[in-house]
Design a protein around this ligand. Structure first.
Ligand code: HAM
Length: 414
């Protein structure tokens, strides 16, 4: 029996990778415009890093990590997300000594042992961005505007921005107590997972998708009513800056996020087009994370975009790159000529294809059509002798005679 890929791990085939590159290039363009630089960190880290940052009582750490013992008896984990590793590197290389304000972006595979379904995989890819060292809500608003800009750049305006504030270590305990008191009276209606969460991580009950839990928590206290003065002012600041740039958003006070490092602002870009996997991007502020990982008290905020979900949202649009020119040839001698011409054209930056084997002219033209070439040219003895050929525009058959020189052809195709 032939060997297949691991469940939940996907191959990105050439047709699909054109779409991925389109997404990736748009992200790089928008992030770099905003002053972000790429950081590349390992896909595997010490397990302890994720326990300390994401939190021991989260679904990710409790149930979803690919953790194993390596040959040196060390517990290692395939990264389930990017923020922890990036902040580990930020601290380890003392990037803050240069400038505490760092704008970093990253992309690559992440791993979570979840139940695979459309839009949810065990190896998935994120494009993330993080900004450190800014307490001002201006950073929150810039990061959010950058995220919205990215979606506009790739032609998607459907995902809508939802924001919330989860408060800080000063005000969250009071909210947690109010929520626990509310949930205590409804414990019987909660699912088994939520009864466990009730003691380990009660805020996560608000995120449960089980209909009974959703119903039981209607009317739960809102975290926004429990923010301390500083957190309320910060949240008002974020909203004010978003309003000032006419960035549309709604407030979702039930958004709690699945990672423990968040403080204050959290957000998601949500779509109605992908069923239950509705978050295409998400993030928030993590003012305590860097110090929690042994670094200085430097705040941070960022997000990660789910590559696969964005690719799904782009639908059937064709992102393949068609050749500018297809060179068809009449015989072996002309093929040698065409090969040299192709070489010159490629070096001049023209996307060219030619027929490699001695196929009939008809089959060569079928291939030009199949590849979606914009123009084609047939090179026979006359063309080689005269050094000129008629280049045909495929969409309407119009022909223009051009010298068979890379410069002339390139100018004609431009
Ligand atoms: P997250 O909400 O866990 O946040 O993931 C961010 C995005 O990754 C999700 O909105 C979703 O689009 C995508 N995603 C997550 N799990 C899967 C999966 N199993 N299959 C496909 N796509 C998935 C984080 O990871 C944080 N590190 C974001 C962040 C950065 N917060 C601050 N900075």
């Amino acid at each position: 029996m032939s060997i297949t890929a691991i469940k939940g791990f996907n191959d990105i085939l050439p047709t699909e990778s054109d779409r991925w590159q389109y997404i990736e290039q748009a992200a790089r363009r928008v992030f770099e415009l905003n002053g972000f630089s790429e950081i590349r960190v390992p896909v595997m880290e010490k397990t302890e890093l994720f326990c300390r940052s994401i939190g021991d009582a989260t679904d990710i750490v409790e149930k979803e990590m690919y953790t194993f013992t390596d040959k040196g008896e060390n517990s290692v984990t395939l990264r389930p997300e990017g923020t922890a590793g990036v902040m580990r590197a930020f601290i380890e290389h003392k990037l803050y000594a240069l400038d505490p304000v760092a704008k970093l972006y990253y992309l690559g595979p992440m791993f979570r042992y979840e139940r695979p379904q459309k839009g949810r995989y065990r190896q998935f890819h994120q494009i993330g961005a993080e900004i450190t060292g800014v307490n001002s809500p201006l950073a929150d608003a810039q990061v959010l505007n950058m995220l919205v800009h990215f979606f506009r750049e790739i032609g998607l305006d459907e995902p809508s921005l939802q924001i919330n504030s989860l408060g800080c270590p000063d005000c969250r305990p009071a909210y947690r107590a109010a929520l626990v008191a509310f949930l205590e009276e409804r414990l019987g209606s909660l699912c088994e997972d939520c009864r466990r969460r009730f003691t380990t991580n009660p805020l996560r009950v608000l995120d449960c998708k089980v209909p009974g839990c959703i119903e039981a928590t209607v009317g739960a206290p809102s975290v926004l009513d429990h923010l301390c003065g500083g957190c309320a002012e910060h949240f008002a600041g974020v909203r004010g800056y978003l309003d000032s740039t006419a960035t549309p958003y709604s407030i979702n006070h039930r958004m709690v996020r699945g990672l423990d490092y968040y403080t204050r602002t959290t957000f998601e870009l949500v779509t109605g087009l992908l069923g239950s996997q509705s978050a295409v991007a998400a993030g928030g502020r993590y003012d305590g994370l860097i110090s929690q990982l042994g670094g200085p008290a430097i705040p941070g905020i960022g997000f990660a975009i789910g590559f696969e979900r964005v690719a799904l949202l782009l639908g059937d649009k064709d992102f393949s790159r068609q050749p500018d020119l297809f060179i068809a040839t009449m015989g072996a001698g002309e093929r040698d000529f065409a090969f040299r011409l192709m070489h010159d054209l490629l070096n001049a930056g023209v996307r060219v294809e030619m027929e490699y084997e001695g196929k009939s002219l008809k089959s060569q033209m079928r291939r030009a059509d199949k590849l979606g070439a914009r123009y084609s040219v047939v090179i026979g003895g006359n063309e080689v002798a005269s050094g000129k050929a008629a280049i045909k525009r495929m969409k309407d058959g119009e022909q223009i005679e051009v010298p068979l020189k890379s410069e002339d052809i390139r100018n004609m195709l431009a």
